[in-house]
Design a protein around this ligand. Structure first.
Ligand SMILES: [Zn+2]
Ligand SMILES: [Zn+2]
Length: 138
């Protein structure tokens, strides 16, 4: 997951129409959204919005470009959100209301270098989401 940071503007020029629409929506939303949610929000704005398959494909290529992060919260559904190219987020997920909070730092980077030292293992990525009950639901 340690991708080279790249300029969002330069990448934007190479994106398909569908990808640009999805990207714009995620910019406005700034929270985890499923492909279905993204699709219906786009449809609400514009009748001629891309179909669900196009939205899926757009999300895939945005993830590959490092502009969007996909997150699994253990319910079998992928959620997506915008990230700074080359960066990633971890989340605190409430099991009652499904609300998620970004952690503002990666807690795993120190662990990764410890693993490298101890096991000689070159870590290329990690997935970490933390589940529990939020302040409001407690
Ligand atoms: Zn909650
Ligand atoms: Zn991390």
């Amino acid at each position: 997951m340690a991708k080279q940071p790249q300029s969002t503007v330069a990448v934007n020029a190479r994106l398909t129409k569908g990808s640009q629409k999805v990207l714009q929506l995620l910019e406005k939303r700034n929270s985890l959204s499923t492909a279905q949610e993204i699709h219906s929000l786009l449809r609400n704005e514009d009748e001629s919005a891309p179909g669900l398959t196009t939205v899926y494909r757009a999300l895939e290529s945005l993830v590959a470009l490092g502009l969007v992060q996909s997150v699994e919260l253990g319910d079998g559904e992928k959620r997506f959100e915008l990230v700074t190219p080359g960066e990633h987020h971890h989340h605190l997920v409430c099991e009652r209301c499904r609300e998620s909070i970004h952690l503002d730092q990666c807690l795993v980077e120190d662990l990764e270098s410890a693993i490298k030292t101890k096991y000689g293992f070159a870590v290329t990525g990690h997935i970490l989401e933390i589940f529990g009950v939020c302040k409001r639901c407690k």
